[in-house]
Write a protein that binds this ligand. Structure first.
Ligand code: D41
Length: 685
């Protein structure tokens, strides 16, 4: 049976339209239709292709995951070698580079195209007659591997080009990378499912591209920015690199938005500083910037050395990772007594900051990574997270490298150490008799989201405790300018400021006050729930476990901690003295039924085993949340059941929180009045 012409035309029109919207969405980040409209187009195309399989072509937007898993990657010889880049590390190096360029060209005013240097993998993508026909890794620069099937799954890379005027045959070259948010999601997912996590976005991108099964690659949040070309007819080139990039963009090939054109080495350095400043806020990891002589005729005159062009240079940022030595492993005691092993490091510069310690998270993690005193380790500090030990360099372990055993006594107070029910955490049982817990508790009390006492830092708390000026948080309000002024690194001015900050902190809210008390398992969310419900401290203090358990998100464990806290004579005394010192708050306004998911938008994909979609929807709505059908940046949660669809991939791409069924049930439990058993994440100090 022949396919009717109108069907053929409709299929073609749908593909053009979907390609266009893909480009608007993934490359320009300027969609012109809603996700629902897009989904409808895709659904129509899929329906028609199912009905008329003879119409399916490899470049149809439905065919991103086309090829079956392969045995190995075939070698690809690069017709135009993929050169490497020389590096500059200092301003001086950049000036030297420009001096060489000027000398060779005999020109004074040089414009440079500048772009971020992405930390990913270089690939070359061949287009023939506007269609993606092959993609290859860089390999050794001369021979790479055929990764066409995997590259086709990267949504921002067009299978068919937009616009017009492309040469019959050309290569776009650029960097495949994994955006930071997608990397976080991927690792979180892997961790929850007991799978291997990746050390950094680059490794994750490499691991994803190296998959022999493109269905796996398709699940990975990969992206691509083009930075140049390989095969390309000489007579079709524009005059400059930056025009070339604009041309690629018009054909639907993504390029980095942060690109620019600058004049001279000074312009390059200004760009460098600007990008370094922005570095931690960019959605992808960079290891530097690249400067390229903008004019192609000048590039040709400059030519190449054996391995790299003379017209380009990479100016590296300080590394996010560094190698150093573990000099000691200390045990820190947090506010709730949790013992955390911390690696004390030989100080090292990481990403422009001196790092001398890195968290090992817990003893299980320390054992898994097998970190020992004397080891050479790789430490990593990306964005604004706490530095961590990525891995031990095994070959460099000295013969005497020592492990430390999980302690049976608290290193700060000697109290017995108990294992948390979960099994991974160890805890000091000393409570407020433990000076380390006391100190962390005071720090928490003063913290911004608790009583917000400006200027009361760790060092100062140390001094106050040492000098016996305070024994608990209530004593803070008896401190005088006179006493404070005499402390180290304090002056009259700081002493006055602190007393003023203390005075100001007295006016607070019940929720903040409850949070500041540091009751176990009572984080900000629970404190708010308690404040909203009881509206008076006295009523809360008189509540029974049973009564507390009736509240949304409060389970037996939390209830027990709350009751136990208010039974401690010491705690009652501190509260009494705080109130006598003048700590006060307004009675919170009455609130109607709690709507803990108010303002939150959910999207479901795949099937849930414990309830139907309908039921899941009504559960979310009962708690004030909203359920929609398509994922966008405004979506708060995507709930992925069995066999999730494209919404899952999209969530990964956009960095939307993805919950599996278990996490979703947890969230419902935490939020719901009838289901009780909150496990609020404990804030460790
Ligand atoms: O972002 C990058 N990693 C990047 C890499 C970039 N922005 N530009 C690059 N330009 C080149 C030349 C000048 C040779 C076309 C590169 C690379 N090369 C490159 N990446 C890996 C090896 C070389």
């Amino acid at each position: 049976m022949a396919v009717p012409d109108e069907i053929k035309r409709r299929v073609e029109a749908l593909r053009r339209e979907i390609d266009y919207h893909n480009w608007r969405y993934y490359v320009l980040d300027q969609p012109v239709i809603s996700d629902a409209e897009y989904d409808a187009l895709m659904a129509e195309l899929q329906r028609l292709e199912q009905r008329y399989p003879e119409l399916v072509t490899p470049d149809s937007p439905t065919q991103r995951v086309g090829a079956p898993p392969s045995e190995a990657f075939a070698p690809v010889r690069h017709e135009v070698p993929m050169l490497s880049l020389d590096n500059a590390f200092t301003d001086e190096d950049v000036h030297d580079f420009e001096r060489r360029v000027k000398e060779r060209l005999g020109e004074e005013k040089i414009d440079y195209a500048t772009e971020p240097k992405l930390d990913g993998l270089a690939v070359s993508i061949l287009y023939e007659n506007g269609r993606l026909v092959r993609a290859a890794t860089r390999g050794d620069g001369y021979t790479g591997e055929d990764i066409t099937a995997n590259v086709r799954t990267i949504r921002s890379i067009p299978l068919r080009l937009q616009g017009s005027g492309w040469p019959d045959r050309f290569e776009a070259r650029g960097e495949v990378f994994m955006p930071i948010e997608g990397f976080r999601q991927l690792n979180q997912w892997a961790e929850r499912h007991g799978e291997k996590t990746f050390a950094n976005p680059r490794n994750a991108a490499a691991g994803s591209l190296r998959q022999l099964d493109p269905r796996i690659t398709a699940r990975r949040p990969l992206d691509f920015f083009c930075y140049g070309f390989g095969v390309f007819p000489q007579d079709r080139l524009p005059a400059t690199h930056h025009e070339m990039l604009e041309t690629f963009l018009a054909w639907g090939i993504p390029v980095a938005p942060e690109r620019s054109v600058v004049r001279g080495a000074e312009g390059c350095l200004a760009y460098y500083r600007q990008m370094l400043e922005k570095r931690d806020t960019l959605p992808y990891e960079t290891d530097g910037v690249v400067y390229k002589v903008d004019r192609f005729d000048w590039q040709r005159r400059l030519g190449f050395t054996a391995r790299a062009p003379r017209w380009a240079i990479a100016h590296k940022f300080p590394a996010h990772e560094a190698t150093t030595i573990v000099e000691d492993i200390e045990i820190q005691v947090g506010r709730t007594g949790i013992l955390t092993p911390v690696a004390k490091l030989k100080p090292v510069q990481v990403g422009g900051v001196t790092v001398s310690s890195a968290s090992l998270h817990n003893f299980a993690e320390m054992k898994r990574k097998d970190v020992r005193i004397g080891d050479t380790v790789i430490v990593r500090r990306a964005g604004d997270v706490i530095p961590e030990v990525v891995k031990v360099i095994g070959e460099k372990r000295p013969s005497g490298a020592r492990t430390i055993a999980p302690p049976t006594r608290c290193p700060a107070c000697g109290s017995e150490v108990v294992e948390d029910p979960g099994g991974t955490l160890l805890r000091c049982s000393g409570g407020l008799f433990c000076p380390a817990q006391l100190k962390a508790g005071i720090k928490h009390f003063a913290s911004r989201r608790a009583m917000d006492i400006d200027g009361l830092g760790e060092k100062l708390i140390d001094q106050l405790l040492e000098k016996g000026l305070i024994k608990d948080v209530a004593d803070l309000y008896r401190l005088t300018v006179d006493q404070l002024e005499k402390l180290e690194r304090m002056g009259l001015k700081s002493a006055r400021n602190l007393v003023e900050a203390l005075e100001k902190s007295k006016h607070t809210t019940l929720a903040r006050f409850l949070y500041a008390l540091g009751i176990r398992e009572v984080g900000e969310v629970t404190a708010q729930i308690l404040a909203d419900h009881f509206r008076s401290l006295e009523k809360l203090m008189a509540a029974s476990e049973l009564e507390l358990e009736q509240l949304p998100g409060i389970g037996p464990i939390v209830a027990r901690h709350i009751v136990a806290f208010f039974r401690q004579p010491h705690n009652l005394d501190v509260i009494e003295r705080l109130r006598r010192a003048g700590v006060h708050w307004e009675t919170p306004q009455v609130d109607a039924t709690p709507r803990p998911l108010e303002g939150k938008t959910f999207v479901f994909t795949g099937s849930l085993s414990s309830m139907s979609r309908e039921e899941a929807k009504s559960r979310v709505e009962a708690l004030g949340g909203k359920v929609t059908n398509s994922v966008s940046k405004k979506t708060d949660y995507v709930v992925a059941g069995e066999k999730p669809g494209s919404k899952f991939d999209k969530a990964m791409k956009l960095g939307v929180d993805v919950l599996d069924e278990e996490q979703f049930l947890d969230l419902l439990q935490q939020s719901s009045p009838s289901w009780t058993n909150l496990q609020e994440t404990e804030h460790r100090d």
